[in-house]
Design a protein around this ligand. Structure first.
Ligand SMILES: *[C@@H]1O[C@H](CO)[C@@H](O)[C@H](O)[C@H]1NC(C)=O
Length: 382
């Protein structure tokens, strides 16, 4: 009893102090005369409405249509942190082009010590990001794309066969999954020279890893919020973002591939090749030093994820829209047939570059269903 009374007083005091601290914090934008979104305790933005969780695309879309043309940016809060939300396209352009050198960091959580694969090109920051980024850019020259085209076509043949087989059994197919298998096989052969075989075997290890990453994130909502709000503390506590199975799978695949190539002196002029060169220090003046096997695995994991997920998502939505709009589908079919006729019935790189209507369809799909809804940037203070 003697202890209870002071405890109650302390609790009440804490609540009152916290209340005023938050109230003060939430005046951040108002005090600066910036148009702002009324903060909602505790998330800052209205992540819930009438008890239902809202997708971030709806929140962002609502803010954009309400404020565009009236202000370059809107003040918002992520929990108690003030964040400017940019609604002016010219300002976006400035941040991503002219002033990009101040805006390359994304503030993505990573923990190199306990979760080495989380420290990849997407989450890396500052000079080490710049150096690695510059070195990996040659993966995507148009010459290389052209070179990869034959591999893509080969996998497309496999896709055709698999899909036909599925349609013989059932006229309903889960298109997202088979497209993810298609793009997994492509990224596997093009970037790593590995046959993932997920079209032949839907439960191949690569596809299992892909599903685990996308469908069952390691940390739930509370865990994710914790590491976003307190990244330094989360690193100290050893918080990881990847599943242990996913990490060990990628470490194993990368180790085996690197060993095989080194032992047999295989040069393939692909993404893995660039990484192996950086590991063996062909480039002496590197800021990064030589890459370790973990660092190679981290980039491979990211390329795998970025390679299969965004492209299969876009194709899924594209097919959905084509199914809903048969006239557009018909027009696309006519363009493809007409172009193929012009190119002797052969589906080549040149033929594909000659399909502007199809290009419009893909662009419009990306506009309506962007696989990445918002870009987050952390400004570099000098
Ligand atoms: C589709 O978008 C790309 C990238 O913005 C652009 O280069 C291309 O011209 C667009 N295609 C058409 C047909 O508008």
């Amino acid at each position: 009893m003697a202890l209870l009374i002071p405890l109650i007083y302390i609790s009440i005091a804490i609540v009152i102090v916290a209340y005023f601290a938050i109230k003060f914090r939430y005046q951040y934008w108002a005090k600066r005369g910036v148009p702002y979104i009324d903060p909602v305790f505790p998330f800052g933005l209205r992540f819930k409405e009438n008890g239902k969780r809202r997708h971030f695309i709806d929140i962002a879309g609502e803010i954009y249509s309400k404020f565009r043309g009236t202000t370059p940016f809107v003040g918002g809060f992520f929990f108690f942190t003030p964040v400017p939300l940019i609604v002016d396209l010219d300002l976006v352009h400035h941040m991503l082009v002219e002033d990009f050198s101040y805006f390359h960091d994304r503030g993505i959580f990573h923990n190199e010590r306990d979760d080495p694969l989380s420290a990849n090109l997407f989450s890396m920051e500052g000079q080490s990001w710049k150096t690695l980024r510059a070195k990996l850019t040659p993966t995507f020259t148009s010459g290389k794309m052209k070179f990869m085209y034959h591999t893509v076509l080969k996998v497309a043949g496999e896709f055709d066969k698999t899909l036909s087989g599925m349609l013989e059994k059932d006229n309903v197919v889960e298109i997202k999954d088979i497209l993810a298998r298609f793009t997994t096989d492509i990224i596997g052969t093009c970037a790593f020279g590995i046959e993932c075989n997920t079209l032949k075997n839907p439960n191949a290890e690569f596809r299992k890893a892909g599903r685990l990453i996308m469908e069952k994130p390691r940390n739930g909502v509370i865990g994710t919020v914790f590491l976003l709000l307190f990244p330094e503390l989360a690193v100290k506590c050893g918080v990881k973002v990847l599943h242990d199975e996913v990490s060990s799978f990628f470490m194993k695949v990368v180790r085996e591939t690197v060993e095989l190539r080194e032992k047999n002196n295989i040069r393939r002029n692909d993404f893995m090749d660039l990484l192996i060169q950086m590991k063996n220090g062909d480039d002496a003046d590197s800021e990064l030093g030589r890459l370790t096997l973990e660092q190679i695995a981290a980039q491979s994991y990211l390329f795998f994820l970025a390679g299969f997920e965004t492209s299969s998502t876009t194709m899924t939505f594209c097919l959905y829209e084509l199914a809903k709009n048969p006239e557009i589908q018909e027009k696309a079919r006519q363009e493809i047939e007409c172009v193929l006729n012009r190119h002797n019935g052969e589906f080549s790189y040149e033929a594909m570059m000659d399909m502007p209507y199809l290009d419009c369809i893909i662009n419009e799909t990306l506009r309506k269903y962007p696989p990445v809804v918002t870009l987050i940037r952390v400004v570099l203070c000098t």
